[in-house]
Write a protein that binds this ligand. Structure first.
Ligand code: TLP
Length: 343
């Protein structure tokens, strides 16, 4: 099967499996797992933050960050297609008791500008309104087709947010994809944020795990919340061993995924009935509209499966994501399948 449903599906490499088997471990709830401690130090250093915490999933990292930056009854501002708002089962509402004020991106990139955010802020509201505490960013933006937010735009949002008394959390599940596309140091992309989540288990190829980074004080509190949420794990160095390889070697491998995504987007754009602007595809996520095709999305996805290609359909759109386990030739197979089904 050519699995283009997500970059979460990658299987650990032989090198990762060997490192996992040989990992030195201890009880991480006692802070005694040397491999997880090494990964956390490495992640903090890579991101230019004081401290980092391994969390089982990106969703848990985001949930803890929202919890620590807000208080019950306050508001967060997030772009309307953001993962925290749409794909985390209302964790922000359930765990943190916050209201999510969703804002449309006015420039079509999926990323908010300060002109979008400013009017949505409730600063020092009257006693009968809730106050805005947090701005949530997402880079790359998953459901805007893996679009990137640049260094200057991120800095501008952070500076303005801080001057309004807001904290900024970046859902950087795929921040290394963004840094690769923008050809910049990941540190520069995250510098103004108060906290960042990034995933080891997506394009970087680890079997599980994400990192939450912030100040030392923030990470100490995050550790308590991780435990409270059931995420205090024991000999987790087994997973961290793969995470270290993902963090050290994964970023250098993303360029190929981006090239494959671009080729996929160019090929799709040439199929009648498919709508996609290949120019907008700059990382590893390809989202296209098949409303012009004669078949409903569910049927296209089913026929793709019959031809050995897996994709995800939603509304009139289909998402295909390239990753480590997708060979260059798999793109040709996927394009041929789409041409046979839709063309
Ligand atoms: N994204 C998954 C699905 O949940 C949609 C995917 O297949 O793309 N932030 C962003 C931007 C994400 O894309 C995801 C996962 C997460 C957070 C959550 O990470 P996990 O799955 O580790 O909880």
């Amino acid at each position: 099967m050519i699995d283009l449903r997500s970059d979460t599906v990658t299987r650990p490499s032989e090198e990762m499996r060997a490192a996992m088997a040989a990992a030195e471990v201890g009880d991480d709830v006692f802070g005694e797992d040397p491999t997880i401690n090494r990964l956390q130090a490495l992640a903090a250093e890579r991101m230019g933050f004081e401290a980092a915490l391994w969390v089982p999933s990106g969703s848990m990292g985001n949930t803890i960050a929202v919890k620590l930056h807000t208080e019950p009854g306050s508001e967060i501002i997030i772009e309307e297609r953001g993962h925290i708002l749409n794909f985390e089962l209302g964790a922000a509402a359930v765990i943190s008791g916050v209201v999510a004020r969703s804002v449309k991106s006015s420039n079509g990139t999926g990323h908010l500008t300060w002109d979008d955010v400013g009017p949505a802020i409730r600063k020092n509201p009257p006693y009968y309104q809730s106050a805005t505490k947090l701005l949530c960013l997402e880079n790359t933006h998953n459901f805007a087709g893996g679009s990137v937010l640049g260094v200057a735009a991120t800095r501008d949002l952070c500076e303005n947010a801080h001057s309004e008394g807001l904290k900024v959390h970046l859902d950087g599940a795929r921040i290394f994809n963004a840094a690769t596309a923008l050809k910049c140091d990941v540190k520069d992309l995250v510098a103004g944020c108060d906290s960042v989540t990034f995933c080891l288990s997506k394009g970087l190829g680890a079997p599980a795990g994400s990192m939450l980074v912030g100040t030392s004080e923030f990470i100490e509190e995050a550790r308590s919340w991780r435990k409270r949420l059931g995420g205090g794990m024991r000999q987790v160095g087994i997973l961290a061993a793969a995470g270290i390889i993902a963090l050290e070697k994964g970023p250098g491998l993303l360029e190929r995924d981006h090239r494959n995504a671009k080729r996929l987007a160019n090929g799709l754009a040439a199929i009648p009935g498919i709508k996609i602007d290949p120019e907008s595809v700059v990382t590893n996520i390809v989202i296209f509209d098949s409303a012009g095709a004669k078949l409903p999305v569910a049927e296209i996805v089913e026929k793709l499966r019959d031809r050995g290609v897996l994709a995800i359909g939603f509304g009139s759109q289909i998402r295909m994501v390239t990753h480590l386990d997708i060979a260059d030739t798999d793109i040709d197979v996927a394009l041929l399948a789409m041409t046979q089904i839709v063309g």
